[in-house]
Ligand binder design. Structure first.
Ligand SMILES: N[C@@H](CCC(=O)N[C@@H](CS)C(=O)NCC(=O)O)C(=O)O
Length: 110
């Protein structure tokens, strides 16, 4: 680790853990109506969606960039985040299906 001083986002933002199994009502009512995490409230604006957050954090805060500068790599990162989201959604749907769970799990893992 370098001895360079790194100011992390934790010094600029307040991190509020949300228990997804027992979400506080204020979160949906006052912060993020979609009631999912993550979400960021900054300058009276609420931003959700992981990819939008990465772009927002890079644009509004200092420190190491979360996304690459190279447009081709940025496009790949974009694709990767979207792909991961679809994968998680498919796996979650398969796991919570009432029947054929194994059959429904195959396509995302294939
Ligand atoms: N499209 C959203 C998906 C967010 C998401 O699925 N968050 C999960 C936790 S990682 C969540 O809040 N799950 C609870 C729910 O969907 O009810 C993003 O990319 O930020």
């Amino acid at each position: 680790m370098s001895d360079q001083l790194v100011v992390g986002l934790q010094d600029e933002l307040e991190l509020v853990p949300i228990n997804l199994a027992n979400r506080p009502s204020w979160y949906k009512e006052k912060v993020y109506p979609w009631n999912q995490v993550p979400a960021l409230e900054h300058n009276r604006q609420v931003i959700g969606e992981s990819l939008d957050l990465l772009y927002y954090l890079d644009a509004h805060f200092g420190g190491p960039k979360l996304l690459p500068d190279d447009p081709a790599k940025k496009e790949f990162a974009d694709e990767l985040v979207k792909y991961t989201e679809d994968f998680i959604k498919d796996v979650r749907n398969a796991c919570t299906a009432k029947e054929d769970v194994e059959k429904k799990l195959s396509p995302p893992f294939d």
